[in-house]
Design a protein around this ligand. Sequence first.
Ligand code: ZN
Length: 243
Amino acid sequence: MSEVVLVDAHCHVSEYSVEEIRSFGNIRIAGVAMDLESSKATLELSRQSKNIDPFIGLHPWNLHKKNGELKGIKELAVHGGVAGLGEVGVDLRYARAPLKEQLKIFNELCELATERGYPLNVHALGAWEDVVKSCIRVGVKSLLLHWYTGPIELLKDIKDANYFISINPSVIIQQKHMKILQEADMDIILTESDGPYSYRGLNLSPKSLGNLLKTIASVKKLSVEEASEIVYANYLRFLRAPR
Ligand SMILES: [Zn+2]
């Protein structure tokens, strides 16, 4: 039996201490950031914890107050050690910046990702279709739609473009998300916690990922080892964005 490596493809690591991250055990984490400060903190943490792949970004919720930070993030992106860009994206429900401005900044980040061969760790709440279609159009090579609750029909376009979705532990209580897990091909699935975050009484953290993997294995009629092997291989493909 091969060793189970857990994957947390979307986690706000800068909100945890190094000790807490160590306590998560054998896990590979894509650490995402909300702004310039958390981008720098994520990079710093990745120097201390080898299991962290550091992503830098500016969350769509922060555009109205931290738009000026975009320049700093672009500068950081040309330095070594960055694994990808995120959390970036477009949010039609909760972001305060107008859609047009969100899309403009997101497109700039897509161009940067394409130029440098970075994968994108994306938040696209309510804007799933716009984001996927625009990324395909501008030639984004590697993309993760985190905590995907978008249309089932879009899963085919996501698979054809070699993009990924991530499944969150909320799948046990969020019916819409469970439907996505049932319908999505295993080849596009990654696991995530979005930790530290509380969702309808669920305490989301990388510690929830062992149980999440069991749920996925059971829905997909696989052993936990098979499910973990597929998710880990998917994660490595996600990280290796071809230029
Ligand atoms: Zn997040």
